[in-house]
Design a protein around this ligand. Structure first.
Ligand SMILES: Cc1ncc(COP(=O)(O)O)c(C=O)c1O
Ligand SMILES: [Zn+2]
Length: 412
């Protein structure tokens, strides 16, 4: 059995046992997100530095004692997590910084950080005896769910906006999901999937709505901490849409703080696109989330009604962090800069965090010697049309060495 003590409502503080509640607080409705609370006293006896040293599992499941899993036999076979944390020497030299690290989450099985949440949700569905899982998504949560269900022989029913990038839609279809391409926004797809959950009795993975998505995503923070030998970074930059990933990052460090592995929290920096910044505006302003009509190239963070917004704002503020907005042009430029100076290819929402880092560095909001981790949340192959806007055309040549010589001269 796992070590979950209770699920606690973020709004009214009511506590529930795992089997008493499904998704959000029954008293507070969809706003009443539940925080998963653990019995740290028991975990401490099992989860030690010695335990980690002897642990040969190099996936997110090396942190099993800190995850809400009651039946580990239901864990799927895909290798999720333990993605690289790079120290990017060329970028460091170029920017004159010494302590920058990049966590490449595009290295997960379906090429985004979302695999961490889906891996947990697929176990939770089976624990309650449900084999049909639904979710609404801007694309990555869906493709991760479809991959995870395919790996264990469950079914997925996906609601995505019909203009989701082609690669993400293709992933869904290849993994055998039933795909509903919604003639509307992500926010509309979200509500539709909740109605479908009620109508058809499916298990729901929706970001924020399902309390366990944060728990899966927190493993990225557990890894960062372990990869840095539990020497906590000063700042972590995260691209934000619903605010679920950044909440997960907070939760991972919070767990480690409670277990005595670290002595302070990193400051969390939320980065959003200028055309869709409800979380950043709330963090930097009065703390209240005001829905917006999204307008950004970064489809994964094109979220007008952030479903984990209240949680994210609370956690970012508690960490002492702040928010930054970047333009679509800065997002595209960051794809090119990151790619050409590190070999890491980010989708637009993946490079948003890095664009925010560059802006914070240039404006002096952070210092050159600060220890910083930037999380790249999704791989660039997910949206090559956007990436093509950030780069030049190739050099077109006839198949002769003379033409290659001529064209090379022209480019010099
Ligand atoms: C690549 C990528 N980056 C960032 C995010 C934002 O995560 P969240 O919606 O939890 O804030 C997403 C969510 O879809 C994503 O797919
Ligand atoms: Zn409540």
């Amino acid at each position: 059995m796992g070590h979950v003590k209770s699920l606690k409502c973020l709004i009214c503080g009511s506590e529930y046992q795992e089997d008493e509640v499904e998704y959000t607080c029954p008293k507070c409705g969809n706003e009443g997100l539940l925080e998963v609370e653990y019995d740290y006293g028991t975990i401490k006896t099992e989860f030690t530095k010695e335990y980690l040293k002897n642990n040969k599992n190099y996936s997110m499941w090396r942190y099993l004692p800190l995850l809400p899993i009651n039946d580990a036999s239901k864990i799927g076979p895909l290798q999720v997590g333990f993605t690289p944390l790079y120290d990017v020497p060329i970028i460091r030299k170029d920017l004159g910084v010494r302590n920058l690290f990049i966590k490449d989450e595009g290295r997960n099985p379906t090429a985004s950080l979302k695999d961490r949440a889906s891996a947990v949700v697929v176990v939770k569905a089976q624990e309650v005896g449900l084999n049909d899982i639904t979710c609404a998504s801007t694309g990555n949560a869906a493709s991760s769910l479809a991959g995870a269900t395919a790996s264990v022989g469950l079914k997925s029913y996906i609601f995505v906006p019909k203009n989701a990038p082609k690669a993400k839609l293709t992933q869904l279809l290849v993994f055998g999901a039933t795909v509903f391409a919604v003639n509307g926004t992500y926010d509309e797809a979200f509500d539709l999937s909740i109605s479908a959950t009620k109508e058809f009795g499916w298990y729901n993975r929706n970001t924020g709505f399902n309390p366990y998505t944060v728990e899966g995503k927190k493993t990225v923070a557990l890894e960062i901490a372990e990869q840095l030998n539990f020497d906590v970074p000063d700042y972590i930059f995260v691209s934000v849409g619903d605010g679920n990933i950044i909440s997960g990052v907070y939760k991972g460090f919070f767990d480690l703080l409670n277990l005595g592995f670290i002595d302070r929290m990193p400051k969390l920096i939320a980065v959003q696109a200028e055309g869709c910044s409800p979380v950043v505006d709330a963090v930097n302003g009065d703390g209240i989330i005001r829905p917006v009509i999204p307008n950004t190239i970064a489809d994964s963070i094109s979220v007008g009604i952030p479903r984990s917004g209240i949680m994210a704002v609370k956690y970012i503020k508690e960490s002492g962090g702040f928010g930054i907005k970047v333009s679509d042009l800065e997002i595209l430029n960051a794809i090119k800069y990151l790619g050409s100076k590190s070999g890491i290819f980010a989708e637009p929402a993946g490079s948003t965090s890095f664009a925010g880092y560059l802006k914070a560095l240039n404006s002096g909001s952070i210092r050159k010697d600060d220890k910083v981790v930037v999380i790249i949340t999704g791989n660039g192959l997910k949206d090559v049309d956007s990436a093509m806007r950030a780069v030049k055309e190739p050099i077109y040549v006839d198949p002769t060495i003379e033409d290659v010589k001529n064209k090379l001269k022209e480019t010099k």
